[in-house]
Ligand binder design. Sequence first.
Ligand code: NAP
Length: 216
Amino acid sequence: MAADLSAAEGVDRLAAAARQFGANVLINNAGIGGFGLLEEQGWGEVERILTTNLAVPVRLTQALLPSLRAQPAAVVVNIGSAFGSIPFAGFAAYSAAKAGLRAFSQGLRRELADTGVRIVHVAPRAIDTALNSRAVRQLNAELGNASDAPEAVAGVVIAAIEDECAERVVGQPERLFAWLNGCAPALVDRGLRGKLSTIKRHAGDRTIAAAGLSQS
Ligand SMILES: NC(=O)c1ccc[n+]([C@@H]2O[C@H](COP(=O)([O-])OP(=O)(O)OC[C@H]3O[C@@H](n4cnc5c(N)ncnc54)[C@H](OP(=O)(O)O)[C@@H]3O)[C@@H](O)[C@H]2O)c1
């Protein structure tokens, strides 16, 4: 079924259909990108980024929790992002939403430790999908950021469910940087400082393109 999850009515309709179906797997995959400098993003855009990537999965999980708990075994998979562990310039709101989703996954996993509901968090790096605008694809190419095929990431998600794994960060060096950012964020600050002018240039392209001033 199709539903706009940014509206409470959409979440309720989807949750009702999932309950009726007897769903025991919830994959919170819906998300939107958020490339741009915070100062240049309108509040409406920032709010959409935070709502779609964080509030919606929290809300849908909460709506389905009673029926998931009633199943002999159930799993919730939250699709986060490497930016949730390695927050990036040009993606401040998106990184905040995905870091929030990671914390939500960990908190709820601990809350449900005495139930049959498992909470899995998968953090992909860039994926070749329509989520990434031309400016983001160009930025990734210039920075040498690897981008995975959607099928490969789907395989990681299925493996995480089957292997009863709680957390997966997709790719190296992203796994290493996620760990490093957790214990020495100042080192990552310094490493990313050198990429700032490139990020700003591509964020500028994004602003110009959004204004319809430059589309060749
Ligand atoms: N692409 C990347 O580089 C990347 C990297 C790391 C993590 N991720 C995460 O991976 C997940 C999947 O993204 P993707 O790369 O596959 O992007 P995508 O191809 O753009 O897919 C995003 C999906 O979310 C749905 N969606 C967005 N807003 C919605 C709403 N309000 N209600 C219902 N559905 C909504 C879209 O539905 P419609 O098509 O109907 O709009 C679309 O099916 C997201 O959570 C994203 O943050 C992506």
